[in-house]
Design a protein around this ligand. Structure first.
Ligand code: SAH
Length: 211
């Protein structure tokens, strides 16, 4: 990606550092990524605020802090192949694509998927495979993944995602309905350990029917 960091994006990265994000590569990716490109023109003036914003179809672009936090958790494991569930605007995918060699991303709303694909192409990010489908089932043909990040809240942990982790893989996922917790689940062969990271607020991960 040959993007020049803008002052507003650098300021956002600074705010994230103040909020506790310590991974410099993640902060650099935030500085280099024009978040306004992932929003409707009418909301572009809010692009560098540390808040979630609507992206149409009842969905939201996640709060930059949580994008950075989840990315930081995942990078601790040095993943080569990563799966993101819930492409949405494509912003989280754009951050990840700058930091990992290979990214796969799934979205169940076709219009969002098409738009996200165009945005990443425009940013010259070409290490991303897109799928229109139900992320609850993962992406069997591309498995195993060193890391999986779910950017919508699941009522329970989808079994397929646990199965598609590599032997030491990690799954970062918000779980719950009214009250949600961000979990980091690590695979150790046939065993899994789970750690609660923090309380979060995501749109729901839908199980089944495509939009
Ligand atoms: N990562 C996104 C966040 C988008 S919000 C971003 O950076 O903008 C969550 C997204 O998950 C929505 O676009 C929603 O349509 C999608 N989603 C919900 N359930 C899904 C499922 N089962 N499979 C794939 N995508 C899903």
């Amino acid at each position: 990606m040959s993007q020049v960091a803008s002052t507003v994006a650098i300021n956002l990265a600074r705010k994230l550092h103040e909020a506790g994000i310590r991974n410099n590569a993640v902060l650099q990716a935030v500085s280099n990524t024009p978040r306004e490109l992932f929003l409707d023109g009418a909301l572009a003036h809010k692009a560098y605020e540390n808040t979630a914003l609507p992206i149409g179809q009842g969905q939201t672009i996640s709060q930059p802090y949580i994008v950075a936090r989840m990315t930081e958790l995942l990078l601790q494991h040095n993943p080569s192949k990563v799966l993101e569930i819930g492409t949405g605007s494509g912003y989280q995918a754009a951050i990840l694509a700058q930091l990992v060699p290979q990214l796969c991303t799934i979205e169940r709303i076709k219009a969002l998927q098409i738009q996200a694909r165009q945005r990443l192409k425009r940013l010259d990010l070409h290490n991303v495979s897109f799928k229109y489908g139900d992320g609850w089932k993962g992406w069997q043909n591309k498995a195993p993944f060193d890391a999986i990040m779910v950017t919508a809240a699941a009522a329970s942990v989808p079994e397929a995602l646990l199965m598609q982790l590599s032997e030491c893989g990690v799954l970062v996922i918000p779980v719950g309905e009214d009250s949600q917790q961000l979990l980091k689940i690590t695979r150790h062969g046939n065993e899994y350990s789970s750690q609660i990271i923090e309380a979060v607020k995501f749109v729901p991960l839908i199980n089944g029917e495509l939009a």
